[in-house]
Structure formats: C-alpha cells, structure tokens
Design a protein around this ligand. Structure first.
Ligand SMILES: [Zn+2]
Length: 224
C-alpha cells in the first residue's frame, strides 16, 4: 500500500527546546480508499499561541502537493486527540473518526481549548476499545502512555509499517526509550510505565518501517 507523508506544519515551544514538524499520513488503500492518519493543527486559539510558535498548513494545500484532495479521504484515524493531531478533523465532516473510547473521554475532560477541533457538531466517531481492524490489512493497536487512549496504526499487508503518532516524538527518543530521561521532556509520557511498555511492544514487532508525526526520518529496524 502506498503511503504519503503530509507536511502539516511546524510547532516550537516558547518555553522549552522543542521544535518539530507536524506530519499526517495518507494510506492509499486498494478497497477502502484514502485513509488519513492524524490531521495536524487547526487555527490556534490565543491561549495556545501564548506557549507555542505555530505554523499551520491547510490540509487541502498539503494534499494538493500529492495530487490529492480532502474529498478523497474516506476514513480518518486519530492516534490521539492532542491539538496537533486532530486540528483539521472538521475538514472531513463525513469521514468516520477512529479513536479509542478512553482517548475521547480524556480529551473531553482535558482538551477544552481545542474541543471544537475534534468534537464539532456532527463529528462521527467510531469508538474503539483496544485493538481493531479498520479496513483489510489496516489495524490499530493500543499504545498508551503518551495519553491514556493513544493508539498506533499498522499496515499488515506486505512488510509491516507502523505509524506511532506520539508514542515517541522522534527517532532518537524511539531508539533510546529505555534510558531516555522522559520525565524531563514535558508531554512525552503522561504515564511513564505505560509509555515504556508500549515502546517495548512496538520494538518487539517484526516491522519494516516506523513513521513519526514529529520527525521526518523513518526507522527501519531490520535494515542495516
Ligand atoms: Zn501528543
């Protein structure tokens, strides 16, 4: 299955060393149509701009670069509902949003600033309780720790590809997660034990490619 990485913006913290691209991914599925993993940032409210420098890129523009348009998207999977992963959900008013039930519950409690980005009128959620097949050869697996309801997306058809959202922000964190001083990087792990456990499970998989939302590099664990 063809995978396209979208460049949806750039975020940098005004208070700590964090400067990263924001990616979403299109999986061109042969029968289900285009599946979008994460929707980047929306038009940020004042409160967010106080803490972050945000460069937002419109979904239509990012997709046009690859001769695609939002109308092509049939299914949206949000790895989780932080503001830089669901910002343009409303661009897809008819698509079902696949999220873990635990994640929507968390976001409705905690993401008050950006609640309209994912909880807009008419948003059609497909709520999941754990692992699930979304389309033939496309599965989500729970990878909690970054948030309680974070999940990752697996292409199981052919060499396995994994989209791990924010389970690790970058290649460096992913490759050193056992020793990484995660307590010092605010936001990476809401629950440190669950976070490490999820990364152990991801690492133990026989995966050909691991894609990040905040790092353009791709990890190929078995290629040397
Ligand atoms: Zn996040």
């Amino acid at each position: 299955m063809e995978v396209i990485r979208l460049h949806l913006g750039q975020v940098s913290s005004k208070r700590r060393p964090f400067d990263a691209p924001v990616h979403g991914f299109i999986i061109k599925h042969p029968s289900a149509g285009a599946i979008l993993v994460d929707t980047g940032i929306g038009n940020p409210p004042e409160e967010l701009i106080r803490h972050w420098d945000i460069v937002n890129r419109a979904m239509a523009e990012a997709m046009a670069e690859h001769d695609l348009s939002p109308a092509d998207v049939r299914i949206v999977i949000n790895t989780h509902l932080h503001w830089d992963h669901c910002g343009q959900n409303a661009v897809f008013p008819r698509a079902p949003f696949y999220v873990q039930r635990a994640e929507l519950d968390r976001a409705r409690r905690e993401e008050m600033l950006t609640s309209e980005w994912f909880d807009f009128a008419g948003a059609k959620f497909e709520l999941l309780d754990g692992e699930a097949e979304i389309a033939p050869g496309i599965r989500v697996i729970p990878t909690p720790g970054h948030t309680v309801g974070h999940h990752s997306v697996v292409i199981e058809d052919g060499p396995e590809q994994l989209f791990i959202g924010d389970a690790a922000y970058t290649k460096d964190i992913f490759e050193n997660f056992e020793d990484f001083p995660v307590e010092r990087l605010t936001g990476q792990a809401e629950n440190v034990d669950a976070w490490r456990d999820s990364l152990r499970r991801i690492s133990s998989r026989d995966t050909d490619a691991i894609h990040f939302c905040h790092d353009t590099r791709v990890v190929h664990p078995h290629r040397h």
